[in-house]
Design a protein around this ligand. Sequence first.
Ligand code: AMP
Length: 193
Amino acid sequence: MINLVLFGPPGSGKGTQAAFLIEKYRLIHISTGDLFRYEMSHHTKLGQEARAYMAKGELVPDSVTIGMLRNKVEKHPETQGFIFDGFPRTIPQAEALDALLISKGTEVAGLISLDVGEEEIVQRILLRGQTSGRADDNDEATVRKRIAVYQSETAPVFDYYAEKGKSHIINGLGTIDDIAERLSDVVESFGKD
Ligand code: AMP
């Protein structure tokens, strides 16, 4: 199995690149943000729980998020691997992911971070907000809050996997194809060192 963590601030292109990676490597894509939006649109209890946090640009509590992620992983015992997009976002989430994968006899192969500067991502998200229908993409204060939360709570996850020799950074600027090629180069280096 090959399990990838696609990492980077909101608006860095994780969703776009995940679409390319699932096609190329036949992996299951798990975006916790997409899962929460699905739950909200179906008015489930989980969706209700997540709504207020998402609207404010804050993280949904780990207890809720980890349980949801675990359920999703359990649904795909036959897969060749997963792409985790927007998860893990905290150290406890990373520890829970590692424990879950170890219990299945596998592990995170690597984390790949898309490097994009703050002003670029603010502009990208506000532009996306014109068509995404996402309330959290439309308000600049909420967008900046999400970036601040990324810096304080999520960026340490990069160091967590770096200590295990698993973190990689690629330039997140350029065309979709350029970035996809950089990503493939990293994915193909896994298992060779
Ligand atoms: P995203 O689509 O990844 O930008 O996520 C949108 C929002 O969903 C975030 O701002 C959080 O409120 C929530 N969310 C998504 N993934 C997580 C996660 N792994 N942990 C906590 N909250 C999350």
